[in-house]
Design a binder for this molecule. Structure first.
Ligand SMILES: Nc1nc2c(ncn2[C@@H]2O[C@H](COP(=O)(O)OP(=O)(O)OP(=O)(O)O)[C@@H](O)[C@H]2O)c(=O)[nH]1
Ligand SMILES: [Mg+2]
Ligand SMILES: [Zn+2]
Length: 401
């Protein structure tokens, strides 16, 4: 039976009761040595797992000192059922080591650890708690001098997922539950690389996010861009063509300057009421743009190295920030777009919107459009229906998956 601390059985618990079963989870190795009344601050500073089982609600059956496993009762989801009477809901705004910073719908700030059994399960399913996750937590403030300290008991299923892969090619969520991805690139310093934009679009679509493109530092070209378009100098013309190409594909494109306040109104309107994650290379101006939209955010920014034209990785933690205009944004550290990657080769074509009309006409069903005979996508490139740049970008991505 699902055990609820309050003794009250919720609708969800009722629905899941049948599926409840016992599982064996491992004890932490140093468990026997633990002191229950450890000092919170010391453990917090040491980044140790803290408080995660000080108020256990599962039934525990340990077999003496030698037991390395305990039996707990969970529902069919492998997670304890939501205890609406005893828990509060919130959203994770920042994750630092084992501490999750949580805001409640009323705007209260809490610091939470994750209950051990939940953490074990999340690690096993490779989905640790991330910024943007909606969670349920239990209140531990009584044992912590009234400070807002809690333990995360349950994570809600995600509606979207911006993820990256680690060196072992495993997927990690950077931000959960956003509805749009603002891919920020700079037209110079660091220089514009359209292939990266293609990658951000694929990552967004794969994670169920609406891609929006933001071409920042437009001031660096402003003088050229205001000239008659026919007389645009080489670099400005190239930038103009890149932006036009993405516009024609149907992606919303913003041209902004954080330093000269160009396009900021439009950006604010785009963000209002949405849950937006910003991503882009270090130094493109993500934090600067957010400061321009809402100056009281006071996010730290730093100049781009004049030698390498690279950013200095100023933002180091993804952080969810509520906006005055409604909704929230997540400022992220510059994400190397090559990390943003967990797409299967066969999946890739679906994220190139202009390929879609041609794919059914390829001679072979599983065609990867790499120059095979009877490939309708390649024919479309030759006939000018698909741009060569986008097609080569596709091939480059394909070679990386
Ligand atoms: N000329 C110009 N410079 C800008 C603009 N926006 C930002 N910058 C400058 O670019 C540099 C980097 O800006 P940040 O906002 O720190 O960049 P970021 O994308 O947040 O970088 P990370 O936090 O490292 O990922 C700063 O020196 C900014 O002043 C812009 O629109 N025009
Ligand atoms: Mg930043
Ligand atoms: Zn094909």
């Amino acid at each position: 039976m699902t055990t609820l601390r309050s003794g009250q059985v919720t609708m969800e618990a009722m629905a899941k009761k049948k599926a409840a079963r016992k599982v064996r989870v491992r004890f932490r190795h140093n468990r026997q040595a633990r002191r229950r009344d450890d000092d919170w601050t010391r453990r917090y500073n040491a980044d140790e797992p803290a408080l995660d089982d000080t108020a256990r609600t599962e039934s525990v059956r340990a077999k003496g000192d030698l037991s390395r496993k305990r039996t707990i009762i969970v529902d069919g989801d492998d997670l304890p059922a939501v205890d609406e009477a005893a828990w509060q809901s919130g959203i994770v705004v920042k994750v630092h080591g084992l501490i999750c910073y949580v805001h409640t719908p009323e705007g209260a700030a809490w610091e939470c650890t994750i209950r051990r059994v939940l953490r074990t399960m999340l690690i096993e399913s490779r989905s640790p708690v991330s910024v943007g996750d909606k969670i349920w937590f239990s209140d531990q403030s009584e044992t912590h001098d009234g400070a807002n300290i809690g333990v995360i008991e349950r994570v809600a299923p995600r509606t979207s997922n911006l993820s990256r892969r680690d060196r072992r090619k495993r997927e990690h969520t950077i931000v959960a539950n956003a509805d749009q991805l603002l891919a920020v690139v700079s037209i110079a310093e660091p220089r514009l690389r359209p292939h990266l934009v293609d990658r951000y679009i694929v990552s967004a679509l794969k994670g169920n996010l609406r891609p929006i493109l933001c071409f920042n530092k437009i001031d660096l070209l402003q003088d050229e861009l205001t000239a008659d378009q026919e007389e645009l100098p080489g670099h400005a013309l190239a930038v103009h063509e890149v932006i036009e190409e993405f516009r024609l594909l149907g992606y919303p494109c913003l041209c902004t300057s954080a330093t000269r306040a160009i396009g900021i109104e439009e950006l604010r309107d785009t963000l209002a009421g949405h849950r937006t994650v910003l991503s882009g290379q270090s130094g493109v101006g993500k934090s600067s743009l957010l400061n321009a939209v809402q100056p009281d955010l006071q996010l730290r920014t730093q100049d781009v190295s004049s030698e390498t034209q690279k950013g200095r990785h100023t933002t180091t933690l993804a952080e969810l920030l509520p906006l005055d205009v409604g909704g929230y944004v997540v400022d992220t550290p510059g994400i190397r777009s090559f990390d943003l990657w967990s797409v299967e080769p066969g999946e890739l074509e679906a994220h190139f919107v202009e390929f879609l009309p041609f794919i059914p006409q390829c001679r072979f069903k599983d065609c990867l459009h790499q120059g095979s005979e009877g490939c309708a996508v390649e024919a479309a490139v030759e006939n000018g229906h698909i741009s060569e740049r986008r097609y080569f970008s596709y091939l480059k991505m394909l070679s990386d998956v």
